[in-house]
Write a protein that binds this ligand. Structure first.
Ligand code: ZN
Length: 590
């Protein structure tokens, strides 16, 4: 309490010259608003308290013995009048020792009274029956004396002694307590006010948020969008999620069921839509997923083979179609590279290109033959048809083979060559025949009857050599064979054991053998090319099937063949090479 008061009270000292060598010390008390403000109140309160205590003491004294009561009253009066000021003084003394000979501190007096002296005795000691009042008067004198001493130049702080000062101090304590009490109360009230304000503000903010909060329904697709599906693949919906959501407040958020519908035909390429729909309260949402079934299939170009060859001077009309599994007929989009010159014999390469709407490309090509001679139309017949002629040449290749190949080309005829190695220098023509689209069959290497029909072992040794040569020249295996002299030659038919072994060997090698039905008789040296021609024409009209035997080592055959082809083509025969589909022709079923 005392510390607090000291804090609040500040003393300001200043010096002023009064006269030479004499100074007057003045002080002003620091302004303490609280202190001044409540001085009157405190005084009143102090007086009330004092009065109360007096009355209480009086009551107690009335109950006690008169002498003791008097003694206590006297002591109390002394304490009340001197105790506090003295304490104050002591404090002042501690900081600023001042000589005060006539004032005896309460402490000192208490020490005196410590010698078991009664209040009565003490009063006698101190004098001479001085009452408290008197002593107060003394104190007043002391104060005056103090002032005087100060006047004489001694630094002296004006002591705050007496009941007035004490009352003031007690009042300050109480006022401090009251101040603290009222401060606490104000704080409490302030806290309450803030709490109420806080709650009101929170409610207000919540209400504003409630007003600002809007709900929306959002559909989120799972899986890819767009989603790609292969043609024929079943569409499996990856699904979607719909959330009913507040823009600010989320206590009403909710997942809502989604309904989806689509009309995807997984067999038709294209772009489809899957629609997702959700509804909740006043909100509804629709989201679409794109499903793409891409077209990865190229269109198909179909060329009309019947226009592959054309007679020189005739009209030529190209014929083809282009279709796409998605776009349908796209013939009009086909781009053609190349030209056909109808006024000149020759082979003209044409390339056809087309693109579907998805960008898939297709390409096809063909060779158009413009010829001044009759042109074979292999596309007009199938293997085994009655009007089909199989033109075969044995024993080559040889010195007339190249010329023969040119004649065959000019009529667009593909033939079959049963080759030997009797002219090793012409081996490469085997490859040339093969590359021009003719069929290569094996006819033994040596074509020496005495050697090959000596034994089955000798036969297969010889034949295997030629098979190897064919493979070297063409890069392909052959599966067609013709026996030198035919399966009906005496060397075979007269030797049952050899025939059985030849059959076993053919089966082991997967070979088919072909004899003939039409003989050109070109091996007869007495026959001219005209003879050969008429021999072929005559037999062609009657033979069934039409397997023609010629030899490309014979000039007569090669000379006759050009006219024969023209005659046959003009008469609607069609020349085909032997293929796997060609029915075998046997003189003897071995
Ligand atoms: Zn032969």
């Amino acid at each position: 309490m005392a510390d607090e008061r000291n804090k609040r009270t500040e003393y300001n000292w200043s010096w002023s010259g009064d006269d030479a060598g004499s100074y007057r010390a003045k002080y002003t008390r620091g302004f303490d608003p609280d202190y001044v403000k409540h001085t009157a109140e405190r005084r009143e309160e102090q007086e009330e308290n004092t009065q109360k205590k007096r009355e209480q003491a009086a009551q107690r004294q009335r109950r006690q013995r008169p002498s003791a009561r008097r003694a206590r009253l006297s002591a109390e009066q002394e304490v009340r009048s001197e105790d506090r000021p003295q304490r104050e003084t002591e404090k002042t003394d501690r900081s600023r020792p001042v000589e005060r000979p006539t004032v005896k501190s309460a402490q000192t007096r208490r020490t005196d009274s410590g010698k078991e002296k009664s209040a009565q005795t003490r009063r006698a000691d101190s004098g001479k029956g001085k009452s408290a009042q008197t002593r107060r008067a003394d104190s007043e004198e002391e104060r005056t004396a103090g002032t005087r001493r100060t006047d004489r130049g001694v630094q002296k702080r004006k002591p705050q002694t007496g009941s007035r000062s004490r009352r003031r101090n007690t009042g300050a304590q109480q006022a401090g307590a009251r101040n603290r009490k009222s401060t606490a109360y104000r704080r409490q009230m302030l806290r309450r006010r803030y709490t109420i304000l806080g709650i009101a503000a929170a409610a207000g903010i919540f209400f504003i948020l409630l007003l600002l909060n809007t709900y929306s329904l959002t559909i989120t697709l799972s899986g890819d969008n767009p989603l790609y599906l292969e043609i024929g693949e079943t569409y499996q919906d990856p699904g979607a999620t719909a959330i009913y959501r507040g823009s600010i407040l989320h206590f009403g958020d909710k997942e809502v069921p989604v309904v989806s519908e689509h009309e995807i035909n997984n067999r038709v390429c294209g772009t489809y839509e899957v629609t997702y729909h959700a509804e909740h309260k006043d909100q509804e949402a629709t989201v679409k997923r794109t499903v793409i079934i891409p077209d990865r299939t190229a269109p198909v170009i179909t060329l009309d083979e019947s226009v592959n060859v054309v007679r020189k001077g005739d009209e030529w009309q190209d014929s083809f179609t282009a279709t796409d599994d998605q776009d349908g007929d796209i013939t009009a989009n086909v781009e053609i590279l190349g030209e056909v010159n109808m006024r000149r014999d020759g082979k003209y390469e044409l390339t056809y290109r087309v693109q579907d709407s998805a960008g898939n490309e297709a390409e096809a090509s063909r060779t158009v033959i413009v010829s001044s001679v009759a042109i074979n139309r292999p596309e007009l017949a199938r293997q085994g048809d009655k009007n089909v002629i199989y033109l075969t040449f044995d024993d080559g290749p040889g010195m007339y083979t190249e010329r023969l190949l040119e004649i065959l080309d000019s009529h667009n005829v593909k033939a079959t060559f049963f080759v030997t190695d009797t002219n090793p220098g012409s081996r490469d023509l085997i490859g040339e025949e093969y590359r021009r689209g003719h069929t290569i069959g094996v006819h033994t290497s040596s074509h020496n009857y005495d050697l090959i029909y000596e034994s089955s072992e000798a036969f297969w040794n010889d034949l295997d050599q030629e098979i190897e040569i064919i493979k070297e020249q063409t890069g392909a295996e052959t599966s067609f064979m013709r026996y030198p002299g035919g399966s009906s030659n005496d060397l075979i038919t007269m030797n049952d054991e050899l025939r059985r072994e030849l059959v076993a060997g053919m089966r082991a090698r997967g070979l088919k053998y072909y004899d003939w039905t039409i003989d050109s008789y070109d091996s007869n040296d007495e026959y001219t090319s005209d003879d050969v021609y008429w021999a072929l024409v005559d037999q062609t009209t009657v033979a069934e099937p039409k397997m023609v035997l010629c030899h490309d080592l014979k000039r007569t055959s090669v000379d006759a063949i050009d006219n024969y082809l023209s005659w046959a083509i003009e008469n609607h025969y069609v020349f085909l090479p032997i293929t796997e589909e060609t029915p075998e022709v046997h003189h003897v079923d071995m």
